[in-house]
Write a protein that binds this ligand. Structure first.
Ligand code: 13P
Ligand code: SF4
Length: 328
């Protein structure tokens, strides 16, 4: 069991002069471990990961890995999704405190009641939810496949969509559906300042504004491109533009710069801060030192109740199957 359960990660001392990259490489080989990282992780973690991706790609990668140990450098729901897909593997997250304000905005008991109060509705949940919420869901989606999955359902299907109201509103607007929305949001994406983005547009008139659909409608309205982290990255690679104002967690800019070193990426600033960019405090809890300790001591581990795991697996598998058919 996790020794430092109260603090959520294994805080063993690491010698100052230790080469963490070398040690992590040695250990992952010895233990047949795979390191997966989300685009919102710090650059050093993204660089050492076996695979970096958005939340759909991380789930797809987890489903197919043959490793014995899977380290999810991301937030708790990403580790849980991997554990649901691979219940017999050891799934670790460097810091268990890495939660998600969006997942927290949808407590399972309340969501279950909401679902019960609306019989006859198909329940679509964003992947940013707890395993218990997924267990009362019909199909899980991510921002990469939400539009296509909603469109794959009959036009007159009554749909509950939770928990992100911004993503839900955005999907309603581009599909013409009228899904019933849960009133949740992400504290990072809700915070982007329209005024500051418009100021940046004046400063960089040639720049494109690109935004994650978790941002508020006012930000999406002034954006030239809206998409998941993977879609934003792909867009910056394919676009002829040379400058981008990026309205999502600034960690993704690391990969954008690597893929397009000749282009300029300007992080969109939040409302209430003197800081120029917007970081997810949960994502940033993972560090190289915690990753090393996690690999070495094989903790903290993600556990999911067996009944919840079996129920939650069904809508996640449905998402993966539909995504495969759609070539996503
Ligand atoms: P993606 O699915 O685009 O990676 O988004 C995950 C997330 O947490 C956005 O805040
Ligand atoms: Fe959750 Fe928002 Fe952080 Fe994404 S950026 S993990 S939605 S709190």
């Amino acid at each position: 069991m996790l020794k430092n359960e109260s603090i959520g990660y294994f805080d063993a001392p690491v010698p100052e002069n230790m080469n963490l990259v070398e040690e992590i490489n040695k250990l992952r080989k010895e233990k047949n471990a795979v390191i997966l990282a989300h685009y919102y992780q710090t650059g050093d973690i993204q660089d050492i990961a076996d695979f970096v991706g958005d939340s759909l790609a991380l789930a797809q990668w987890a489903e197919k890995t043959t490793a014995d140990i899977l380290i999810m450098c991301g937030v708790h729901f990403m580790g849980e999704t991997a554990k649901i897909l691979c219940p017999n593997k050891k799934v670790l997250v460097p810091d268990l405190n890495a939660g998600c304000s969006l997942a927290d905005s949808c407590p399972a008991v309340d969501f279950e009641k909401f679902v019960k109060d609306h019989p006859g509705y198909t329940v679509i949940s964003y992947v940013n939810t707890s395993a218990a919420v997924k267990a009362v869901t019909d199909i899980v989606v991510t921002s990469t496949n939400a539009k296509q999955i909603v469109e794959s359902l009959p036009e007159d299907e009554k749909i509950i969509f939770g928990p992100d109201r911004n993503l839900g509103n955005y999907i309603n607007s581009i599909t013409g559906r009228n899904m019933l929305l849960w009133d949740g949001a992400c504290h990072v994406h809700e915070e982007f300042s329209l005024e500051k983005i418009l100021d940046l547009k004046k400063q960089y008139p040639e720049a494109e504004v690109i935004a994650h659909p978790e941002c508020k409608k006012v930000v999406l309205t002034v954006s030239d491109f809206v998409g998941s982290t993977a879609a934003l990255l792909k867009h910056t690679i394919q676009s002829d533009k040379k400058q981008f104002i990026v309205a999502t967690e600034s960690g993704v800019i690391h990969e954008m710069r690597k893929k397009s070193p000749d282009k300029e990426f300007i992080p969109a600033p939040p409302n209430d801060s003197t800081c120029a960019c917007n970081e997810c405090n949960f994502m940033r809890l993972n560090t190289m030192k915690k990753l090393y300790n996690c690999l070495k001591y094989e903790m903290p581990e993600i556990f999911v109740d067996e009944t919840v795991q079996m129920k939650a697996l069904v809508p996640i598998k449905r998402m993966l199957e539909i995504s495969k058919k759609l070539g996503l």
